[in-house]
Design a protein around this ligand. Structure first.
Ligand code: R5P
Length: 330
């Protein structure tokens, strides 16, 4: 049968929203590409306009945006960028959201509540996204909200490498600040070869960001406690966790979290705490002046994932944060 063939080859184009240009530039540098020239501005009433300055027809398009404050504006901008790509005939559109906004609203706790994390997935699908890339989703099940491939990357190796470099043979315990983080904390115990402790915490459902800490399950006395979490928002969870651990005789508290949202009053809270170091990645732009804060680059991980998706390579090894492949077997 006669067929028609073209000489056109697959080409990657990387697009950045306006929320975290430094991260997009770092990813572009890792990939050895330039960001696609884009015009974006706001109308007087707050509506957003986006236009690409060159053709995107046939492109394997990757659209990166950090879901940081003002979060609704930046999510809307990313949706509009995806729509513009779809209407300009990009071949495949991958949404790169290093931090998945609204991920904490992944289930109904009570009647008449939304599942906004699902709505996010639906919005991006409807706009034209073929694929999502995200780092450390609040819960892994969110992958199933999006009807298409989701590459769920882990920052654990980046954070754990750094933490390991700071430990000098002292006894260490990995601490989950709540029941929801136990699975992630278990992966940390595998990597650090340390035992696990869990803090039992209960939220007041009528007061946002209000947390009550109750008790610690596990051995923390005279040990360096590594508290691991997916995000630090107002710092309430982490500050109370540290306070509880020190009351229980912990020698030192170090915090490692992927997403440094650091909404007010996180900086003041963490500065007032006795946490010796707070380690986050730059999935979100960090403006905090916290002296104990260390920010690790996430661009190499994102760039590797984007490259593998583009060349139809394997992203699976990026899903497997443990040395012996526990996640892959789970
Ligand atoms: C809770 O389930 C999350 O994993 C974080 O611990 C929490 O959202 C952090 O919020 P905040 O820093 O305001 O306590």
């Amino acid at each position: 049968m006669a067929t028609l063939k073209t000489k056109a080859r697959k080409h990657l184009m990387l697009f950045s929203g306006r929320s975290h240009p430094a991260l997009a530039e770092a990813v572009a540098k890792e990939l050895g590409v330039s960001l696609a020239p884009t015009s974006a501005y706001d109308f007087a009433n707050g509506e957003i306009f986006v236009r690409y300055d060159e053709s995107v027809r046939g492109a394997d398009a990757f659209v990166i945006q950090a879901h940081t404050a003002p979060i609704n504006q930046w999510i809307m901008e990313q949706l509009i960028m995806v729509d513009a790509l779809k209407r300009a005939s990009a071949k495949r559109i991958t949404v790169v959201m290093p931090f998945y906004g609204y991920a904490r609203q992944d289930k109904k706790h009570r009647g008449r509540e939304p599942i906004s994390a699902r709505l996010m997935a639906d919005l991006f699908k409807c706009a034209g996204a073929d694929r999502l890339i995200a780092v450390d989703l609040h819960t892994s099940q969110i992958q199933g909200f999006f009807d298409g491939p989701v590459d769920h990357l882990f920052a654990l190796p980046i954070l754990a490498d750094y933490v390991q470099s700071k430990l000098d043979g002292q006894p260490v315990t990995v601490v989950s600040p709540d029941a929801g983080r136990v699975r992630v904390a278990e992966r940390w115990t595998d990597v650090l070869g340390a035992p696990l402790a869990i803090i039992h915490k209960r939220r007041d459902p009528d007061v946002p960001n209000e947390v009550r800490v109750f008790e610690v399950v596990g051995e923390v006395r005279d040990r360096v406690c590594i508290v691991v979490d997916d995000m630090i928002d107002t710092g309430g969870t982490i500050a109370k966790a540290a306070e509880t651990l020190l009351e229980q005789g912990a020698r030192d508290v170090i915090v490692a979290a992927t997403h440094g949202i650091l909404s007010d009053p996180a900086t003041e809270r963490l500065a007032a705490s006795q946490i010796s170091e707070v380690i986050v990645t730059d999935t979100l732009p960090i403006t905090s002046t916290l002296e104990t804060l260390t920010v690790l680059p996430i661009a190499p991980l994102l760039a590797t994932a984007i490259h593998e998706v583009f060349v139809d390579g394997s992203v699976t090894r990026l899903f497997d944060p443990t040395p012996d492949g526990e996640e892959a077997r789970a």
